[in-house]
Design a protein. Structure first.
Length: 444
């Protein structure tokens, strides 16, 4: 106890690993959902444009519910805390994911379309939405110092990256063999869903909300007006949200499954390429040191450059496997600042919100990030479906047309260039890192 008092930044073994469990389960779920378009076109034989439209529509609904979820979380006050009760949605999310991939192959296209839409909406608009909105309110009440949260973003990021890497290496090998087999998909999903649901709920039992957060919302109720004030008066929420929109657009496309299936000719090699991201792991060990020397905004801009290089390599040198591996390494490096700083940046936006408006509104701020992220994912999924259809893609064909192959390469390559060039320009206007020291000094 004495050591813990002398070192307020100490997290503890059980608490650290307990926090990572839900992150691992959620990241694997995200990877699994990245195969839904391939499942629908190649196993169910559905139109790429139809699937793109359905998934985009579900994401739009999902994005809208994010704002409502943020309002609900900000008003939550239970014996278990503010954000912690919503952890149970990770179990429901995995149940629904299995049902999504259990779409009856023999049903009519109308039934399949409705089933997929309903399951996908429930997964994203309900489960992922509340998990995302509750993340920051939970974190700031479970970990009291900035250094603790930085450790979660860096060393915790290693845990999640290793789990994601394992999923990215293992899953393509299995899916290559069952790509057109509906029953095979169900078996694979079941074998993943059960352990991930169990692992994911560990956070609820092992990490409690023990930090009391004092702001105006402690004594005053959160109103719709407060939410609207965040939307109108906190420009940094929008900068971060637009950054996340672009990132979600690219990562949510799920285009690499098509790229390796048809451009490379072997989906199993996607696992080999994903394994190359292991060279990125050492960066996470020095992440806290880097953050002391380089601002968050600058790190995000640097990540955009790596993503742009990766996109150029994928478009021009896809037939050169060694260069393709470098493309995945560059993308891995580019992903680090965005994936592991976004929550810290949203907490900074909450600090700014408390400084300017009196209330942190972490739930609402997290919901805005989720809204724009899911809107980006919706646009990405829609773009894949429409452009593949425009190129003449046919999931049941033995070979693809030159137009379909070009569209696959364009989506995997140049879309990175376009999107992350735009993100880099947006982040040029992000200067909250410079303002925070003075804000925190006044709030101390």
């Amino acid at each position: 106890m004495k050591e813990r008092k002398n070192n307020p930044d100490k997290i503890g073994f059980v608490k650290f690993w307990g926090w990572q469990t839900r992150g691992v389960a959620a990241s694997v779920n995200f990877i699994m959902l990245g195969y839904i378009s391939l499942f629908c076109t190649d196993a169910l034989g559905m139109s790429a444009a139809l699937i793109g439209t359905l998934l985009m529509a579900s994401k739009v609904v999902d994005a809208i519910t994010d704002l409502l979820a943020g309002y609900i979380v900000d008003k939550t006050n239970t014996r278990w805390g503010k954000g912690r009760p919503y952890e149970w949605f990770i179990v429901i999310e995995w149940v629904l994911t299995y049902l999504l991939f259990a779409t009856p192959a023999g049903a009519s296209n109308t039934f399949k379309a409705v089933w997929i839409l309903v399951m996908y909406v429930m997964i994203n608009a309900v489960c992922t939405t509340f998990l995302s909105a509750a993340q920051n309110p939970y974190m700031i009440r479970a970990f009291g110092t900035d250094n603790q949260r930085v450790k979660l973003a860096s060393f915790g990021g290693i845990v999640i990256m290793v789990a994601s890497m394992a999923a990215n290496i293992i899953l393509p090998t299995f899916i290559e063999g069952i790509r057109t087999d509906v029953n095979g998909w169900r078996l694979v999903i079941l074998c993943v869903a059960v352990p991930m649901a169990v692992i994911g709920i560990f956070r609820f039992f092992l990490v409690k909300e023990t930090i009391k957060i004092e702001d105006a919302s402690t004594t005053e109720s959160v109103t719709i007006k407060d939410t609207l004030q965040v939307l109108k008066g906190n420009k940094y929420v929008w900068f971060i949200g637009l950054m996340y929109l672009g990132y979600s657009f690219v990562t949510g496309m799920g285009i690499h499954t098509y790229y390796f299936t048809w451009v490379i000719g072997d989906l199993g090699l996607m696992g080999t390429a994903s394994a190359m991201t292991i060279v990125v792991l050492p960066l996470l060990f020095v992440f806290p040191i880097i953050m002391k020397k380089i601002s968050k905004g600058t790190m995000v801009r640097i990540s955009c450059v790596f993503y742009i290089i990766s996109g150029l390599l994928l478009f021009y040198f896809g037939e050169n496997f060694p260069l393709l591996l470098f493309a995945f390494v560059f993308a891995g490096i580019g992903a680090l600042p965005i994936t592991y700083l976004v929550d810290l940046m949203m907490l900074d936006a909450g600090t700014y919100n408390r400084y300017t408006m009196g209330k942190r509104m972490d739930g609402t701020i997290g919901a805005i990030k989720g809204f724009l992220g899911k809107l980006g994912g919706a646009l990405g999924i829609g773009a894949v479906g429409w452009l593949l259809e425009l190129g003449g893609y046919n999931g049941l064909a033995e070979t693809q047309t030159s137009g379909a192959l070009f569209m696959i390469k364009f989506l995997a390559g140049y879309m990175n260039v376009i999107v992350f060039a735009a993100v880099g320009i947006v982040m040029l206007f992000y200067n909250l890192d410079k303002l925070l020291p003075e804000i925190e000094k006044k709030q101390a």
